[in-house]
Design a protein around this ligand. Structure first.
Ligand SMILES: N[C@@H]1[C@@H](O)[C@H](O)[C@@H](COP(=O)(O)O)O[C@@H]1O
Length: 241
């Protein structure tokens, strides 16, 4: 695992965007694994600017998002589809048919999970996957658990995560309690993984993920098993390393 420590959020975003842009510039039909959250918004902004300056094209790029809340449709401004549309999809020339995100409104979530896995199997592997990390060490919505869930699946969000994500909702009761997420094997199938995090609230999770025991209680610790992971963090997130 390579750990790169930057001074601040902007520098972390610049470094992450450089990885994304290099992959797409070298491979115009790249397959990208993408996250939501406040960590990657700076990266998306840089990527969009680069597209607007005619320096990169997404015409043949495919994207697979990590996760989605259950019960929020695409027009709900808290859905991850909406987030991605606001931050990336609507600003670049990605073809709608090349955009993939789990459907949190699917009637049968098991079927939807299988569909998503099969789509990724057919169109992947992901050349690069970007990840944020939850304060409790979750990746995607793989919450601390007794075991690692390998493939895309339905998950009950922990109280920690509901509280952490409540800041985006009017009231905590509005935060969905369930989500659909890629599993750890799905995530690890990416050729390269870039994890980004900033701020002291992430310091414990980063320390456990990078140098702690590999355990499903810290889902991000599984990344130690992958042979091409770059962790890009600011000084605060690195403070417990
Ligand atoms: N499912 C997402 C994760 O993919 C994300 O990494 C995490 C951290 O978010 P933030 O970057 O806003 O701290 O939040 C959510 O729970």
């Amino acid at each position: 695992m390579e750990v790169i420590i930057k001074n601040n959020y902007q520098e972390v975003s610049d470094a992450a965007a450089e990885y994304l842009l290099n992959v797409v510039k070298n491979k115009p039909n790249a397959v990208l694994g993408l996250p939501t959250g406040s960590s990657p918004t700076g990266m998306y902004k840089i990527v969009v600017d680069e597209y607007k300056n005619n320096n990169v094209s997404f015409e043949n790029v495919k994207t697979f998002n990590l996760d989605e809340y259950m019960g929020l449709d695409r027009s709900n401004d808290q859905s991850y589809y909406y987030f991605m549309n606001e931050n990336l999809y609507s600003h670049v020339n990605l073809k709608p048919e090349n955009i993939n995100i789990p459907n949190g409104m699917a009637k049968d979530i098991n079927q939807e999970s299988i569909r998503y896995e099969n789509k990724l199997k057919a169109e992947g592997p992901m050349d690069i996957m970007f990840l944020g990390i939850g304060n409790n060490g979750h990746i995607g919505f793989n919450e601390p658990n007794e075991y690692f869930e390998p493939f895309t699946h339905e998950v009950n969000l922990t109280q920690d995560t509901i509280e952490a994500n409540a800041r985006f909702f009017e009231k905590i009761e509005d935060v969905p309690t369930k989500a659909i997420t890629m599993g750890v094997k799905t995530i690890s199938s990416a050729r390269k993984i870039v994890l980004i995090a900033t701020g002291s609230a992430k310091a414990t999770a980063i320390a456990k993920a990078v140098k702690g025991k590999i355990t499903p209680q810290v889902p991000a610790s599984i990344l130690q098993m992958h042979d091409d992971v770059t962790v890009i963090i600011d000084k605060e997130a690195a403070s417990k390393l």
